[in-house]
Design a protein around this ligand. Sequence first.
Ligand code: CP3
Length: 390
Amino acid sequence: MECEGSKTNMCLPDNASNRGQDRNRSVSKATKKPVIITWKSRVTQNSTTKPFVEVLSGRRQPAPPLWMMRQAGRYLPEYRAVREKAGGFLDLCFNPDLAAEVTLQPIRRFGFDAAIIFSDILVIPHALGRSVRFEAGEGPRLDPLDTPDKIAALSKHADFTALEPVYEALRRVRSTLDSGIALIGFCGAPWTVATYMVAGHGTPDQGPARMLAYSHPDAFEKIIDVLVENSIQYLLGQLKAGADVLQIFDTWAGVLPPSEFKRWSAEPTRRIVEGVRAKAPNTKIIGFPRGAGALLPDYIERTGVDGVSIDWTAEPVLVRERVQSRIAVQGNLDPLVLIAGGAALDRAVDDVLSNYAGGRFIFNLGHGIQPETPIAHVEQMLKRVRAYRS
Ligand code: CP3
């Protein structure tokens, strides 16, 4: 892919339009209906400034920008309505109209500082020709890739035409989204994607992938290499289609012992970061090595990410002194306290703010929002975070 010399990002020409829209009103091209953004913005600043991107560029914001992992999802009635008419989950991911619509739903309702494109980390195995299915209530199901023979037959190159609908959804969201709000593209980290490819489904501790990595490291490495190369291409495609920032989800990083963590989680992530930056030098990238704990300083050092998403078990002193002193931190409210609500939620929000809002910080959850979360509790959280200034 040719870069046209932009210093700020790779070839982002297609999406640079739409500056200076009224933040309270925008037109949804996905639904062709005018959409009134009912949430009133607290930010009235230069319309090209995105507070979320500012933090990742090293500029702390007095009011932390805010979004939620899995913010488009089943806790929203409007998501459930679209999901019902879409057919299967992958049908929703690959329908640009509907994917753009559900990406925008949480922005309209809550006015978050970032939208994350609606898709899934398992679209890469799908584009590599693996069978990927989502059974209702059961999570993903893939054909297990669990022997050296099967791995030898794994395609090296994804069919990127299969991912074109994701790029189209990004273009549509970008053209609709207020310019103060960032658009996040993403992929899974190779380790986490591989855990699903190997086992064929989620497991409590991803034993099948850990076992394969010990018993057949060369074969396992092939899966990782294929995922590294294709994830780089996929992320570059998302940037070109309008993503401002990228996030790499390594949900299962925390099940690995330190040396395996370096080899299978941090190193492949570093290769993706370098591969993306080789073509798009100033791209802002967030890593999410869930459960990395005391390995967080090593992870940020190795990978070169601009921000790290931390889960709720992270130790605040370690994070402040050895992570936030160097890059931006995002997190880390326990999604369960968001279900509990009440005084426990207020206390937990205050804890997160007092731990991290003094530095470069993006408020988020420590993992995805759960389907049973009451919307009133999300509003309670938002009100408290938005009241914060320092
Ligand atoms: O709003 C957003 O954050 C954007 C969309 C998004 C989804 N999946 C949609 C989704 C993102 C960023 C993901 C990432 C993802 N997918 C991860 C990494 C982050 C994490 O949450 O750990 C992982 C491990 C997956 C794989 C995956 N997809 C699983 C294990 C499941 C089943 C569990 C569940 O929550 O149901 C999915 C399905 C999925 N991906 C849903 C959504 C909204 C629910 C399916 C539905 O609506 O029917």
